[in-house]
Design a protein around this ligand. Structure first.
Ligand SMILES: O=c1ccn([C@@H]2O[C@H](COP(=O)(O)O)[C@@H](O)[C@H]2O)c(=O)[nH]1
Length: 276
C-alpha cells in the first residue's frame, strides 16, 4: 500500500488509529483458554470488533516469539486472517530489527515474504547498510525508530552532537531521509514526546509518523495531532493495551470495539479541525 492509498483509508474511515496486537497469553480472558489457539481466537475477535475504526494493526513480535514456534504460527495465522478478511488494512510488524546486511536481508524476507507485512520497524543504530535490505522491497515500508516513547529514550536520543548541535534523534531523521522517500519510510515518534513533533515536522514534513504511547503510556492524542499532523494526516497513532484490554472479561471484544470507536471519534474531530 502506498501513502496515497493509506491517506485514502484514513479519509474513508475518518481514523488514523493503529491497533496494537500485543496479545499476552496471561491476559487472554478465561473463556478463550480452551480454544485450540487462544491467542489467535482473541486476535480474531479483537480484529472483528475494531476493524471499522482502525486503518492499521501492529502486532508486536515479542508477544508471539515468546511463545516459541506456536507463537510464530499464531502470528502467521493472524496475518492471514487480516489479509484475507480486511485486505485494505495496513499491517506493521513491530520487530525493531536491523543488523549487518546479509542478516537484515533475512529479517526483511521473514517479515515481507514469509509473513506479508506491509511494514516493519527497524532500529537505525547500525546505519544505512543495515536498513537498506528492507528498502529493496519496493512495495513495502521501513518504520525507523527516531524518538521513542520510553523514559530511557533520554539516555542516547537527546545527546547533542557538539559540531552540528543536533540531538541524536535529529541526526537520525536528517541522515536517514536520504535512505528512502516518504513513499517507503516512516518514523516512530512516541506520543509521550509530542512536544518535539513540531521540530520533527520541520525535518520530515512529508513522512508518515507511527506514534505509539497514547492510552496506557499516557501520551496526548490532541497534542500529537496539533503538532504532528500534515496535509495528508501523516500520522498513525498506535494504542495497544488501552484497546485490546479494555476488559479482561467475556465482553472483551465489545469493550475493545467501544474503546477503538471512542479514539476514532476523537480522531474524526481532529481531522475535521485540520480540514481533512
Ligand atoms: O517508542 C516506542 C516504540 C514502540 N512501542 C511499542 O508500541 C506499543 C505500545 O503499546 P501500549 O500498550 O499502547 O503502550 C508496544 O508494542 C511497544 O512495544 C512503544 O511503545 N514505544
Amino acid at each position: 500500500m502506498n501513502n496515497e492509498l493509506l491517506f485514502q483509508q484514513i479519509q474513508k474511515k475518518r481514523s488514523f488509529l493503529c491497533v496494537g496486537l500485543d496479545t499476552d497469553i496471561q491476559r487472554v480472558p478465561k473463556n478463550l483458554l480452551n480454544a485450540a489457539d487462544p491467542v489467535l481466537a482473541f486476535n480474531r475477535k479483537i480484529i472483528d470488533a475494531t476493524a471499522d475504526y482502525t486503518v492499521a494493526y501492529k502486532p508486536n513480535i515479542a508477544f508471539y516469539e515468546s511463545l516459541g514456534w506456536k507463537g510464530w504460527h499464531t502470528l502467521e495465522k493472524t496475518v492471514e486472517y487480516l489479509k484475507s478478511k480486511y485486505p485494505e488494512i495496513f499491517l506493521i510488524a513491530d520487530a525493531k530489527r536491523g543488523d549487518i546486511g546479509n542478516t537484515s536481508d533475512l529479517y526483511a524476507r521473514a517479515f515481507f515474504e514469509k509473513l506479508d507485512f506491509d511494514a516493519v520497524t527497524v532500529a537505525p543504530y547500525m546505519g544505512e547498510d543495515s536498513v537498506k535490505p528492507f528498502m529493496n522491497y519496493t512495495e513495502k515500508w521501513v518504520v525507523l525508530l527516531a524518538l521513542t516513547s520510553n523514559e530511557g529514550a533520554a539516555d542516547f536520543q537527546y545527546l547533542k552532537n557538539e559540531e552540528s548541535g543536533d540531538q541524536l534523534f535529529e541526526s537520525v531523521l536528517k541522515t536517514s531521509q536520504n535512505w528512502g522517500t516518504p513513499e517507503n519510510m516512516m518514523y516512530v515518534v512516541g506520543a509521550t514526546k509530542a512536544e518535539k513533533l513540531k521540530e520533527i515536522r520541520q525535518i520530515v514534513p512529508d513522512h508518515f509518523l507511527l506514534v505509539p504511547g497514547v492510552g496506557a503510556q499516557g501520551g496526548s492524542l490532541q497534542e500529537v495531532a496539533k503538532n504532528g499532523m500534515n496535509s495528508h494526516c501523516g500520522l498513525l497513532v498506535n494504542s495497544s493495551r488501552g484497546i485490546i484490554y479494555a476488559s479482561g472479561e467475556k465482553d472483551f471484544a465489545k469493550k475493545a470495539g467501544e474503546a477503538a470507536k471512542a479514539v476514532q471519534q476523537e480522531m474524526e474531530l481532529l481531522l475535521k479541525e485540520k480540514g481533512l
